[in-house]
Design a protein around this ligand. Structure first.
Ligand code: FES
Length: 174
């Protein structure tokens, strides 16, 4: 009967709702983190502190960005005006940066430290700590760039044309 189908349907829906709630909870983006990230990005992006180098790389005034926290992610203006994450370690920064643009429809993806993931607030895509996609709808991992610390202590971000070390594939972004 109709009511039989209905009672079979409800627990299933409840499970699905519960699963969605769990996914949302694990990847919940603290509002302050998002606001902090955007505030940093806009202040970093509009000053003279980011300049284009002849090589097409960009440098970033170290004062503007990186705390010395281990395994933190700082949003900075990188190549072609895109936002990139630098990754801090106890010894400085990692030698790659992660493009913050979601490969689904282009939202800026916040880093969620508590989940150790990048979690897109727009449609729920998730990327691991190195920007490799682990949950759709995003079809591809976040793009990479090289980083290097200049003699001045500033940080240069430059193109990454080589193989993607996370997937072993040619880079889709170059
Ligand atoms: Fe990120 Fe759609 S833009 S999931």
């Amino acid at each position: 009967s109709g009511s039989g189908e209905y009672t079979g349907f409800v627990p299933d829906m409840q499970r699905r709702v519960l699963m969605n709630l769990i996914v949302v909870a694990v990847c919940a983006v603290p509002a302050l983190v998002v606001l902090g990230g955007y505030a940093f990005y806009s202040s970093g992006a509009t000053g003279d502190e980011v300049k284009e180098l002849q090589s097409g790389a960009f440098w970033i005034d170290r004062r503007f960005g990186l705390g010395d926290k281990d395994n933190d992610r700082e949003l900075v203006q990188g190549l072609k005006g895109d936002a990139y994450y630098l990754i801090s370690t106890p010894d400085g920064i990692k030698d790659f940066a992660i493009n913050a643009t979601c490969t689904h429809l282009g939202c800026v993806v916040p880093w969620v430290r508590s989940a150790n993931k990048f979690c897109c607030p727009c449609h729920g895509s998730q990327y691991d700590e190195n920007g490799k996609v682990v949950r759709g709808p995003a079809p591809l991992s976040l793009a990479l760039a090289h980083t290097s610390v200049l003699d001045s202590g500033d940080i240069a971000v430059s193109p990454w044309p080589e193989q993607d070390f996370r997937t072993g594939l040619d880079p889709w972004w170059s």
